[in-house]
Design a protein around this ligand. Structure first.
Ligand SMILES: [Zn+2]
Length: 243
């Protein structure tokens, strides 16, 4: 069903087509590339995003951050996005694409960027291709059983928010940092974790195919090893790619 907001989004999209925008053509260099980061929930994507952007001097572009900034600054597209968020609805792909497209024209993007949280589905990936040149896709997979164990064994401190894993607690029920009581989050149960992963896989599987066919995907597997170990692998892959 076409709601008023979807119509607005479509109108806005068409309107935006007539705006002149500067799209920087990125010349690929060692520290000058445009990347996409894909990662299942619980795969440690946030940590890797920071490490990759630091190492290669890329701007970390998180869709969540751009939305928040646009909403805070009261931009036209920010207000449009907010109208969906306020109703608890998903922001339509057209709006999300427009907001990312605009962000990529900023001066700081010309030395390369890392897209995090975008594209989320095939439609967004195909749109992205119209206004950006992507050099590589870093895809972090995580073993289903490992994810279950990681999330379902998580215990969080009520006071300071620090999280622990039951396997390291030796039966302790209080936080080793502040003495606060530890609890298990409602979402950290096999059913919720399982459905979160299923949703992610459903949306992302076509993206993985899409970028595999383009020959620009680098696949990694998250493990129980420290984040540095995975980052070393990612670094090796990216260095190889940009050689
Ligand atoms: Zn604590």
């Amino acid at each position: 069903m076409l709601t008023l907001h979807v119509l607005q989004a479509i109108l806005f999209k068409n309107f935006a087509l007539y705006e002149t925008r500067t799209i920087y053509k990125i010349k690929k260099g060692k520290h000058n590339m445009n990347l996409i980061l894909l990662g299942a929930p619980g795969a440690g994507k946030g940590t890797q995003a920071t490490k990759i952007s630091d190492r290669y001097g890329l701007v970390h572009i998180s869709t969540g951050d751009i939305f928040r900034a646009n909403i805070k600054n009261g931009t036209k597209i920010g207000l449009l996005a907010k109208s969906f968020i306020d109703k608890g609805e998903l922001v339509p792909d057209e709006v999300t694409c427009e907001i990312v497209k605009d962000r990529l024209t900023w001066e700081d993007c010309k030395n390369g960027y890392l897209l995090d949280g975008f594209p989320r589905n095939l439609f967004q990936a195909e749109e992205l291709e119209k206004f950006a040149k992507i050099d590589g896709v870093v895809n972090i997979n995580i073993d289903f059983k490992l994810l279950m164990d990681r999330l379902c064994g998580r215990r969080v401190c009520k006071e300071c928010g620090e999280s622990f894993h039951v396997s390291t607690l030796n039966g302790a029920t209080t936080c080793s940092r502040c003495g606060g009581e530890l609890y298990q989050r409602k979402d950290d149960n096999p059913e919720t974790v399982g459905s979160r992963l299923n949703v992610y896989n459903e949306q992302t599987a076509p993206l993985i195919d899409y970028y595999t066919k383009k020959g620009i995907i680098l696949n990694f597997t998250g493990s129980e090893a420290p984040a540095e170990v995975l980052f070393e692998e990612i670094k090796a892959g990216l260095d190889q790619m940009t050689k």
